[in-house]
Design a protein around this ligand. Structure first.
Ligand code: HEC
Length: 145
């Protein structure tokens, strides 16, 4: 009987530990704020994209394909809002969604260009990617352009 109680207690403890582990995992996947996405993903990725010159090797091209992919994923997150105080209100607006879509579409073109090793098409796509940054900032983050 004592043994059974010990087993039950152990089972409960194990259950508790697995629940709290799941809780931590969820927290790690929690949504970021728009500000954090901008400064930690979009800024470094677009800095890379706008600095493209003449990548030659697969590994060099991979850096530019990856940067474009980072912007695609960050753009989708931006489109869906975030954890900042105004993020979800902003993201409900049609102009916000349109600028996010333009940025995502441009990054998708850049990714295809990287896969095709076409530097001119890549640069063209990054030119299309810039106006939505500026237009969205004028509307939602005046002071920064
Ligand atoms: C759909 C709207 C939208 C688009 C598109 C967008 N941004 Fe932003 N960005 C914002 C908002 C809103 C903030 C300010 C967030 C806040 O104040 O919480 C911001 C902040 C930033 C910041 C931080 C500025 C600061 O005040 O410190 C940088 C850097 C930035 N964006 C870069 C970019 C770049 C580069 C692009 C284009 C590739 C881009 N953003 C596209 C909405 C956008």
């Amino acid at each position: 009987m004592k043994k059974l109680i010990v087993l039950v207690v152990l089972a409960i403890v194990a259950l508790f530990i697995s629940f709290s582990a799941a809780g931590e995992g969820e927290e790690l996947q929690a949504r970021s704020s728009i500000m954090v996405i901008m400064t930690t993903v979009i800024t470094p990725a677009t800095d890379t994209m706008w600095s493209i010159e003449e990548p030659k090797t697969d590994a060099e091209w991979q850096v530019f394909a990856q940067a474009a992919d980072d912007v695609i994923r960050a753009g989708r997150a931006v489109r869906g809002g975030g954890s900042g105080p105004h993020d979800d209100d902003w993201a409900r607006n049609a102009d916000w969604q349109a600028w996010a879509d333009t940025m995502i579409a441009a990054a998708e073109s850049a990714k295809s260009a990287a896969e095709a090793r076409d530097v001119d098409a890549y640069i063209e796509a990054t030119d299309v990617m810039y106006p939505p940054c500026e237009e969205c900032h004028v509307a939602y983050n005046p002071g920064l352009q």
